[in-house]
Ligand binder design. Sequence first.
Ligand code: HEC
Length: 119
Amino acid sequence: MNQKPLRRVSHVGVAAAVFLLGLGLSLGSNSAHAVLFAKGNAELGAKLHAKTCASCHNSMMPDGKGEELYSEDFRKVTDAGRLKTMVQFCATRTNSGWFDEELEHVARYLNDNFYKFKK
Ligand code: HEC
């Protein structure tokens, strides 16, 4: 096995980064007990979300703004645990191939920018 240093990830394209992150994660050990996505990186999450998630949500909203799904008017998700579950649900259904690390990035992005849950 050939474990690449994660440092290199920022120098390659997003698609490759997603792949390498997954690869790195599958080799490393990982606990899923982070509180409020502390391990997530919102910037990476924004990129992952734009690439994999936004277009379908956009197509669902009358004015094409998928982010409105996360607004208080539309959201069904009511706490951080459910947010993570929903991210996971949509990611699985989309065949994103994301590992927990990517799920955390996107959950962090969504929480920082839209949901703003404290717990
Ligand atoms: C093929 C279409 C599609 C794709 C792609 C998609 N979603 Fe969704 N998403 C939905 C639908 C439909 C709902 C609404 C489900 C409901 O309200 O019952 C939803 C709801 C959500 C919600 C909950 C919104 C709320 O608070 O009510 C989150 C969070 C979410 N998606 C995250 C994601 C993420 C992250 C991705 C990318 C991995 C993604 N979605 C990709 C269709 C999609």
